[in-house]
Design a protein around this ligand. Sequence first.
Ligand code: COA
Length: 324
Amino acid sequence: MPQIYSRIIATGSALPERVVTNVDLEKIVDTSDEWIHSRTGIRQRHIAADGETTGDLAFRAAQSALEAAGVKASELDLIVLGTTTPDIIFPSTACLVQHRLGANGCAAFDVNAACSGFVYALGIADKFIRSGQSKKVLVIGAETLTRMVDWSDRQTCVLFGDGAGAVVLEASSEPGIYATCLHADGGFKELLYNPVGVSVGFNDEPNHGVRIHMSGREVFKVAVKTLDSLVGETLEAAGMVESQIDWLIPHQANLRIIEATAKRLNMSMERVIVTVDKHANTSSGSVPLALDYAVRSGKVQRGQNLLLEAFGGGFTWASALLRY
Ligand code: COA
């Protein structure tokens, strides 16, 4: 049997219209553009309008990817959507998007791996295609993380934004995704989490206690160390060396974490896609938003090798090495 690969045939993305700059945030918390930019690389973020949901952003990103691919929603046989901010508890946001696209009948489900959601979803979709189960798959990463932000907490509210990205994957005899690596360690729960939910209940804090708790400095340290070993593992799984990677497309949480990963790969920052300045941390939205920006701006060309990686609450961490 010839080897089946999954190939990204097109990308898409969507951002809310409203932009909030660091200077805007200076008016609501004790912070400064200088502090935020020097620590994180962030200058601004997009924030969903009242009533605008993760599903709305996912739907728009999906439409733009399908249009670029020239694929009809009815041709899809799977939709996998990474999110930690679903519109409602169930049905899944993937099912809501499936219905709006008119792709009814194909399998559709959400993956919650916090900020690694899109790369996890890509890894899962790749396995469906490689096994022969699926031929055309829509993979989405979409979030409205600012809905979980406590706007009086300067340690977290400056870091996050909303947005979505999507890719259409197709079965192909040519590579394709060479390797994906997915990992988690639930022992790190206390460093980055949202403590309330249906099973444990909600509390009397503002927004019923729905808010991000984060030990920033510890998260930073573990992220750098973990991504360092993840990129080595991914190269080995793909049978490649650092110099074969044309572009690093990292999770956009913090420019200093991105720079550390680039250094580990001996890559100059010219070969790294950076959108954290414009989007901030959009969790599952971040990697596919950066990928779509890289494709549409003409930076990434067909035939080039891309290393995608992400790290998030759980902790979770994941990567994909692919030929675009
Ligand atoms: N504006 C101004 N000052 C702030 C601030 C803000 N928005 N947030 C925190 N500070 C203050 C702190 O109160 C502290 O003051 P103190 O020294 O008087 O106590 C000081 O700045 C340093 O805080 P610290 O948390 O040690 O800063 P840091 O250099 O570690 O940077 C982060 C904080 C959050 C930017 C950084 O730790 C980080 O990016 N971590 C990773 C987070 C992440 O990526 N999370 C998502 C993973 S998917």
